[in-house]
Design a protein around this ligand. Structure first.
Ligand SMILES: Cc1cc2nc3c(=O)[nH]c(=O)nc-3n(C[C@H](O)[C@H](O)[C@H](O)COP(=O)(O)O)c2cc1C
Length: 411
């Protein structure tokens, strides 16, 4: 993939060499374009060494223009990534001006544009920056992050650049997956991540789910043309491009958000690790450690998967079974007991399953099964979405996707 990597003048520019390495490890050919301010933070010598290409920065560099003009560069790009993206570059792109090489490329390219904003939390939450973000998103620009955490300025909040590996993974998802439209005109609802069940104002019960599998499935389904709603528990992942994300915290909120939209769905994929139990009473004040031991009274959380599978004329319903033992046996009984259309089973433990970039799964349905060996979750998600589409059309009585001709009423 040909990647134009724009680097702008934020403190997170020091992470740019690492980002270049991550992009190249995944097979990216990276052409760096730096703004004048970026050169205050990271040297072009270091970036040239890691990217293997001369750095471009000046729109008026005659020699560089003769070698590959800014228009050729804009055409060469399969994706333009700006990381870190300053508040200033967001404003410049929104304005449609082209006073420098990077903004000129943004204006002249037909490739997707992705920005990884990085700035002080107050700059990020400033109404001007947020208005610019909304305009960029409405134009189809992918906004990756920012993450929440401690910042170089000593403050804590939203504005940290996502880590380079997460940005690289997102870039390849945006730039490489173009499905064959297997799920064109289909609505897919997906749950992902853990839920949090509060014990008191400072403590909660949760689990080790990172949300990576559900997010990868959401990206893969969107790439196959589906209209995707992703209902996500608390995770540290960027919103998948082209996907409507609804953020929730508790199992009850995930249940309510799911039932809010699942009736119109064709397919439901329950990839979230929903808490089975929550504390019976939420203590209003922090529990003090007075006694040697304590007992928490727990009550059942709603079973989202079973409640969707039980709907009259409900969607094609796919569950996940994360087990530490007897994986196939437990998964098959869950498939039958909850009357699911399909179940994706995987072993979880310290060395597999949760919070990793790869996974191996067995997929079971009433008349068959298929095994997928260890693979990157993005690759696995693409394969799983193809299988889900195949089984969905088979269950609905058509072997292949009916090619509907639909005239879109939206622009
Ligand atoms: C030490 C220092 C750190 C800065 N860090 C950031 C930052 O992290 N994010 C940001 O949006 N702007 C930051 N700025 C401000 C930008 O450098 C400034 O807005 C500049 O005009 C951006 O230009 P560019 O977008 O063309 O690179 C910083 C400025 C200084 C002096």
């Amino acid at each position: 993939m040909n990647i134009v990597l724009g680097i702008t003048g934020g403190i997170a520019a020091y992470k740019a060499p690492d980002l270049v390495r991550r992009l190249r490890e995944r097979g990216g050919d990276v052409q760096i374009v730096m703004t004048a301010s970026a050169e205050e933070f990271v040297t072009s010598t270091a970036l040239q060494a890691v990217s293997g290409r001369p750095i471009r920065s000046n729109l008026w560099d005659k020699e560089a223009e003769a070698a590959m003009s800014h228009i050729e560069l804009a055409r060469w790009a399969d994706i333009v990534l700006i990381a870190p993206a300053t508040a200033e570059i967001m404003a410049r792109i929104v304005s449609g001006g082209a006073p420098d090489l990077l903004t000129t490329i943004c204006l002249a390219t037909e490739a997707p544009i992705a920005l990884a904003p990085a700035m002080n939390r107050v700059m990020w939450s400033n109404p001007a920056t947020q208005a610019n973000r909304r305009v960029l998103e409405s134009r189809g620009t992918h906004i990756l992050g920012p993450a929440v955490g401690s910042q170089a300025c000593g403050e804590t909040g939203a504005g940290r650049m996502l880590d380079p590996d997460t940005i690289a993974a997102a870039v390849f998802d945006i730039g490489t997956i173009q499905g064959e439209g297997l799920l064109d005109n289909r609505k897919v609802v997906i749950t992902a991540g853990p839920t949090r069940e509060a014990i008191d104002p400072v403590r909660y019960i949760t689990n080790r789910s990172s949300g990576k599998m559900g997010y990868a499935i959401a990206r893969a389904a969107a790439a196959q043309g589906a209209d995707v709603v992703l209902i996500s528990g608390p995770v540290d992942l960027p919103d998948p491009p082209g996907v409507e994300v609804r953020n929730v915290t508790t199992a009850q909120e995930m249940h309510d958000a799911t039932h809010d939209c699942v009736k119109e769905a064709d397919i439901f994929v329950a990839a979230a690790a929903v808490a089975d139990y929550r504390p019976k009473d939420l203590k209003e004040q922090k529990i003090k450690k007075n006694d040697e031991s304590m007992t928490l009274d727990l009550v059942r959380c709603p079973d989202i998967l079973a409640s969707v599978a039980a709907l009259d004329a409900g969607p094609f319903t796919v569950g996940f079974a994360a087990e530490t033992e007897k994986v196939d046996e437990y998964a098959r009984s869950k498939l039958e007991n909850k009357a699911l259309d399909m179940i994706i089973a995987n072993r979880v433990g310290n060395d597999c399953g949760f919070d990793r970039d790869d996974n191996a799964v067995n997929v079971l349905w009433s008349e068959g099964e298929k095994r997928y060996p260890q693979a990157q979750k993005s690759k696995l998600a693409r394969d799983l979405v193809e299988l889900i589409a195949e089984r969905y059309y088979a269950a609905r009585g058509t072997d292949t996707q009916p090619r509907l001709s639909v005239i879109s009423t939206t622009d």
